[in-house]
Unconditional design. Structure first.
Ligand code: FEO
Length: 179
């Protein structure tokens, strides 16, 4: 059974993950409008991942006999000045999510809630990976520079990340099948 404080904090996390999913969907649509197919695919996938993060928390709360609340969704930002500004906004969002996960961990540890502490470990690793990935993309943008032709190469680099991620995911699926 979850204590009330942890249940409330987990519900806040549901809202954060859901808002991240909507924000990335809006970013995907913006990228698609700019003809940045690689970046659009990256954010469509990212949006689906954030939804999965949200769903995992909903199922966890219910499994622990708590009460999962589905929140109202914030209207996501639909326009950006540049691809660099967009990815900087993503990094800020991910840092906010990481900070919230750390706060949740402090709450679960305070109340000796070992189950929630264990559950959150997956999110700690996920956040580390996500932040690192966005920093890598920001480094690439810095190296290539901004401007018309640069956008083409930035998009190609992001698409390489899409392909690496797809390869990793199918390897993980194969490993799970053979386990
Ligand atoms: Fe689930 Fe990227 O935060």
């Amino acid at each position: 059974m979850l204590n009330e404080k942890t249940n409330i904090a987990l519900n806040k996390q549901i809202a954060l993950e859901g808002n991240a999913s909507a924000a990335y969907l809006a970013m995907a649509a913006w990228c698609e409008r700019q003809g940045l197919k690689g970046c659009a695919l990256f954010f469509y996938e990212q949006s689906a991942e954030e939804r999965m993060h949200m769903m995992k928390i909903i199922h966890y709360i219910n499994e622990m006999d708590g009460h999962a609340v589905i929140p109202e969704q914030e209207k996501p930002r639909a326009d950006f000045d540049s691809i660099q500004e967009l990815f900087q906004a993503v990094l800020l969002k991910e840092k906010e999510v990481t900070a919230a996960i750390y706060d949740l961990l402090s709450i679960s540890k305070e109340s000796d809630d070992h189950s929630t502490t264990l559950f959150l470990q997956w999110y700690v690793a996920e956040q580390r990976e996500e932040e690192a990935q966005i920093r890598t993309i920001l480094d690439v943008i810095k190296l290539i520079g901004s401007g018309g032709q640069s956008l083409y190469f930035i998009d190609q680099e992001v698409d390489k990340i899409n392909k690496e991620k797809a390869k990793e995911e199918s390897a993980e699926e194969l490993e799970a099948e053979n386990y």
